[in-house]
Design a protein around this ligand. Sequence first.
Ligand SMILES: Cc1ncc(C[n+]2csc(CCOP(=O)(O)OP(=O)(O)O)c2C)c(N)n1
Ligand SMILES: [Mg+2]
Length: 360
Amino acid sequence: MKVAEAVGRTLGELGVRRVFGVVGSGNFHVTNALIDAGARFVAARHEHGAAVMADAYARLTGEVTVVSLHQGCGLTNALTGITEAVKSRSPVLVVTGDTPPTQTTSNFWIEQAAVVGALGATPERVHGARTAVADTARAFSRALLERRTVVLNLPLDVQKEEVDWRPGAVPAVPRRVLPGPSPDAAASGLPLRAGGRETHGRPAVAGRAVRGHLGRGAHRPRTLTIALDGLLPSRRVVVPAGGNFNGYPAMFFDVPDAQGFCLPLAFQSIGMALAAAIGAAVALPDRIAVAAIGDGGFLMCLAELDTAVRLSLPWSSWSTTTPRTAPRSTTSRPREPRWARWSSPTPTSPGSPADSAAPG
Ligand SMILES: Cc1ncc(C[n+]2csc(CCOP(=O)(O)OP(=O)(O)O)c2C)c(N)n1
Ligand SMILES: [Mg+2]
């Protein structure tokens, strides 16, 4: 078989269960091989979203989670999400096509190892047919055992080489590292409060219900957050976005356990929470994922709204609008955000997110 297929098969053999990505010619064959090997693929709308989804999924499961990217522009689109994963020490394995150094006139050419190395990611490479399995296993092991975000470059010319692949040639897999608080932290930490109603992963309320419940004060972030806390199912994973409002979900949403809070803010980028909530919902399908996002961050990652709807995930999002159209003057008094929208798409049965059947 071709090296591209052998890499996908090897990752499947090593235990990769989830792949997030956007498929193009440079990562098509490796992605299909991963799917054939039993991994489930989530087609994101933008590579940034794919990387952020994989990061959240990796944090909540402890599994090495693959992001599959086209070479050059596919990779650069994902850099902010990759940097977030790097800074969070998430075991994310980015598998990407790579333009060979003999083709520097290609539109897709960039020096990928240098780019991702500058972010703190660990560049790895499949060097040739002879070393393809070992190179892939090394990249996987480093992501898992060193808890690093690794970028495995697959040069296009190497992908086409022939290799005699057998499952038995894949080295033994180390045990996966499960996330969770250290025993010390668990012994000394504050108890986590569990509130709200159990409704088995479905969004419990709609906009009118929230407003009716609240009456006066419904536009106040604190009041609304506290009310939502009581209305949403307690089996939840809360994902606050970056932005000035983000203390409210952190302060006023209870979470049932350590897996109930996913904070994609190591890089302090806005525009992460929607995709992170999708990754969280895929990782923990028995919970509702609650994305708390400002209007700016929400619009920045809006494309992934389609992914959430397409996957029929149990999720909810709530968003603030800041009543200004121009940058705020440093001398003027900040105005309080107004709550503009509470939305939840039609819920479907939790526990079986329907993935896209094939990479697009
Ligand atoms: C990618 C990125 N661009 C710009 C910023 C700087 N920044 C911090 S908060 C913010 C506004 C966020 O607006 P919104 O999501 O509506 O939240 P709000 O601050 O209004 O609560 C910006 C642009 C950032 N953190 N990340
Ligand atoms: Mg805002």
